[in-house]
Structure formats: structure tokens, C-alpha cells
Design a protein around this ligand. Structure first.
Ligand SMILES: *Cc1c(COP(=O)(O)O)cnc(C)c1O
Length: 440
């Protein structure tokens, strides 16, 4: 088979996600068939290769076809591929839950599983509301989130999200939620620091909570980096203040760490940098190293206890068919084992320092604004009004063996944690060349 065959069949039969399919016809948006992956590279059917600089939509941590994760899944496959998790349990889900709880220093000792990030956010929203309902406070049924935030594509998550491109068409289907100003450090006025912006945004949150806390179940936030909304980064101070405000006004704090969890921001979980703990922690994406769909909501003993009762309807009667899938749990356990065995966070710190040096020429580019970084995420805004920029840059990068998908005019890197010096240098150089070509 050649590339061409798969492209034609895919365009006819597969409705690709987040895509205006017509753009695939004229190759405005090229469709790339992938035959195999190895490490940070994807290979097509004709020997062309692409450096996966966005970790296959932010999920991959330790490369494609990672031998250790492969071995764990193969081993599990011979024992048990799946079993219903209601009324049954199995070693991988028990071990993973214990391991995750330990990683939160047992602040969040109860794991509820689903298969994707959006479902995890839905679960956190429902659990938060149900907690208040179980406590005789059913009027606490609304949510507040941050401007420009992204929490998924299902109706409930779109309701608390704030990215117009994904949300506007479905507005009549959504439940109104309020977005408070973002602590985005780019909003700093002359003389202001990122901490000042954080304090200003927290003051706006306080104003809102003071007025509406009686009807609010939870505040939901993407800690440190707001991803799909444009890689907006903020000072951890915001989370510290938000935690204190949620405590003062009796509102849950939901940390959506679906993108930022598992080392992306430099610590295993982003909330650690603020010295806080959330009431609900949503994890997915990197959880299985980018192998299998799995998500989890972790919560406290206190929340758990509110559902623990003789009355069935006080329980959390939510389920998904593949909840706690053993193969996915084994992939997650293998991923967490790599973190422990390889001192990944320390290696990432060294890599990040080096990559910042390699990006210096890009930072000096006359059209580049706000080059910013947090852990293993880098982003920059391109100063262009050209509506064709995004796709042109995408094609120019692909033609240079690099997979990068800008969000509007924001170009970002979210590489797997395994790039070597040569790959990092190639990524930096070719991004600069692609930018020049796209803006020529
Ligand atoms: C990707 C993402 C989601 C949604 O996860 P899916 O698995 O795509 O449903 C939710 N929140 C954040 C912060 C994300 O980055």
C-alpha cells in the first residue's frame, strides 16, 4: 500500500476530528497516513518521517512504540483484556489507584475512572454538584471557570469551557456558566509582574464568588497553562489565591490537569507548584503515556464520605463501559514506573534549559511575540493578521519533517520527554525556517 490509497479511503470513510473535511480535498490541509511510530518519529508508507513535536495531541510522554510500555500491555493482554468494574475488580486498577493516591501524598485517595478527558470533567462536575446535594445544598448547581479555558467537547464540558471556535455553534444546547478573567501573564500592564496579574484575576474571582457562592458548586481551572485556548500561562500565585477563596466561600476547586498533568509543567502535577491540593483532580492524556484512552477523577476522603451511605441514590451512579480497562491501567502503571525509574522530571529540567537556548534565534524573530515556557511546554504568538497563517505554517513545518499544529497564530511545542540533542536542534531550526516560509 502507498500513501495515496490510504488517503483516498480515509477521506471517503473516516470523518476526522476537529477538521473541516473539505480542506483535505485540495490539500490545503494535507492528510498524513502513518504506517508506524518509533520514539519521537512518525513514518508514512513511503519512508517520509515527521517529528511528533506535539506528542500526538499532548498524550505521548515517552515516545511511540516504547519497549517498556509495549511489554506491560502485551503481558496484560495474555491475562485479562477487560472486565466490568461494577461489582468486579482487578490488580491493575487497584495498583494504579494506590499509586496515584501516593503521588498526591494521599490527599486524593479515591479514583473514579472513565475513558477520555471530557468524561473526567463531566464526572467532576456531577460529583461536585452531587456532593452539595447530598449535603442538602442542591441549589449549589452552577459552575464558574476562567476566560479562554478549555475543558472538553461534550455538552457539559463545553458549557464550562470558553473557546468560541468550539463552543459558539452549540450555544443553544449549553447550560450557561460564567467565565472570570484569566490570569494570563501576557495581560501584564507596564510595570506589572505575572504575580500582579494573578492577584488582579483572583480579585475578580473573589468579586464573583462573594456574590454567587450560594449557587455555585465549583470553580474549575486548568492549572498553570490554559492549553487549547492558546497556551496562556499564569503564575502559581493565582492557584494559591483561588484555593483560599474556594475555602472561604464554600466552593469546590476542580483542577483540570488533563493536559498539564504528568510532568508537563515541570512538577508531576501542576497544582504542586502552588502548594495546594484540589478537591477534584482530572487526569487523562499522559496518564497512559499516550497509549490507550483512560481518564480518572481523584478526590478527597471528605467528598467520598458524602456518597458513602445505606441509600443507593446517595451513591455516584455514573459509569462508562470501559471504566478501569485493565490494558489501559497497565499502560498507566508502566508509564508511572518510567517516571520513578528514570528520574524523568530531573531530565526534563535539563532538557528544558537546553531547549530554551536552542530557541533563542526564534525568540529574536521580528514577528515573534511572548515566547513563553512552563516545564515541557513552549509557546509563542506570531504577529500576523493573515487568516491563512495557521495552515500555511502547518504545511511548511510538515514539509520540513516537523509536526506542529498552531492554535490560531500561537505556535507551541509540547514534545515527548525523550528528544535527544539532535532532535531538539532540528526542531528549533526547522520551526524557524517554517515560520520564515509561512510569513514570506
Ligand atoms: C484535552 C483536554 C480535555 C478533553 O480531553 P479529551 O480526552 O479530548 O476529551 C479537557 N481538558 C483539558 C485541559 C484538555 O487539554
Amino acid at each position: 500500500m502507498h500513501n495515496r490509497d490510504w488517503l483516498d479511503r480515509s477521506r471517503a470513510a473516516v470523518w476526522h476530528p476537529c477538521t473541516q473535511m473539505k480542506q483535505h480535498e485540495a490539500d490545503v490541509l494535507p492528510l498524513v497516513p502513518v504506517a508506524r511510530g518509533e520514539g519521537a518519529w512518525l513514518y508514512d508508507y513511503e519512508g517520509r518521517r515527521y517529528l511528533d513535536a506535539i506528542s500526538s495531541w499532548w498524550v505521548n510522554l515517552f515516545g511511540h512504540a516504547n519497549p517498556r510500555i509495549n511489554a506491560a500491555i502485551k503481558d496484560q493482554l495474555e491475562r485479562l483484556e477487560h472486565v466490568i468494574l461494577a461489582g468486579f475488580t482487578h490488580a491493575p486498577v487497584v495498583e494504579l489507584s494506590e499509586r496515584l493516591a501516593t503521588l498526591t501524598r494521599n490527599a486524593l485517595g479515591h479514583c473514579f475512572y472513565a475513558s477520555d478527558g471530557s468524561s473526567a470533567v463531566e464526572i467532576a462536575l456531577k460529583m461536585s454538584f452531587h456532593y452539595w446535594r447530598n449535603n442538602g445544598r442542591a441549589e449549589k448547581n452552577r459552575f464558574v471557570s476562567v476566560a479562554g479555558s478549555y475543558h472538553g467537547e461534550t455538552l457539559g464540558t463545553l458549557s464550562v469551557g470558553d473557546v468560541a471556535l468550539y463552543k459558539d455553534a452549540y450555544a443553544p444546547l449549553l447550560r450557561q456558566a460564567t467565565a472570570v478573567p484569566s490570569p494570563d501573564a501576557r495581560a501584564a500592564k507596564p510595570g506589572e509582574t505575572a504575580t500582579d496579574v494573578a492577584a488582579r484575576a483572583a480579585a475578580a474571582l473573589e468579586t464573583y464568588l462573594a456574590e454567587f457562592h450560594e449557587s455555585l458548586a465549583a470553580f474549575i481551572v486548568e492549572p498553570l497553562v490554559q492549553g487549547a485556548g492558546g497556551m496562556a500561562m499564569h503564575d502559581p500565585h493565582y492557584l494559591r489565591l483561588a484555593r483560599a477563596l474556594c475555602d472561604r466561600y464554600g466552593v469546590h476547586l476542580i483542577c483540570d490537569e488533563i493536559m498539564v498533568g504528568f510532568g508537563r509543567t515541570g512538577t508531576l502535577f501542576a497544582y504542586e507548584q502552588a502548594g495546594i491540593r484540589p478537591d477534584f483532580l482530572c487526569l487523562s492524556k499522559g496518564l497512559t503515556g499516550g497509549y490507550l484512552p483512560l481518564s480518572v477523577v481523584m478526590t478527597t476522603d471528605e467528598v467520598y464520605a458524602t456518597f458513602y451511605d445505606d441509600l443507593v441514590t446517595r451513591g455516584f451512579l455514573h459509569s462508562h463501559s470501559y471504566t478501569g480497562n485493565p490494558l489501559a491501567c497497565r499502560a498507566a502503571l508502566a508509564t508511572l514506573a518510567i517516571f520513578a525509574e528514570d528520574d524523568v522530571l530531573a531530565r526534563n529540567r535539563r532538557f528544558a534549559k537546553r531547549f530554551c537556548v536552542l530557541l533563542a534565534p526564534l525568540a529574536k524573530h521580528p514577528l515573534v511575540r511572548h515566547l513563553r515556557t512552563c516545564g515541557m511546554i513552549w509557546a509563542l504568538d506570531v504577529d500576523t493578521q493573515d487568516p491563512g497563517f495557521r495552515l500555511r505554517f502547518y504545511r511548511e513545518a510538515l514539509s520540513r519533517e516537523v509536526l506542529l499544529r498552531p492554535l490560531g497564530t500561537t505556535v507551541y511545542f509540547m514534545p515527548p520527554y525523550i528528544l535527544d540533542e539532535e532532535e531538539a536542534a532540528l526542531l528549533a531550526e526547522r520551526t524557524l525556517a517554517a515560520l520564515d516560509a509561512a510569513c514570506a
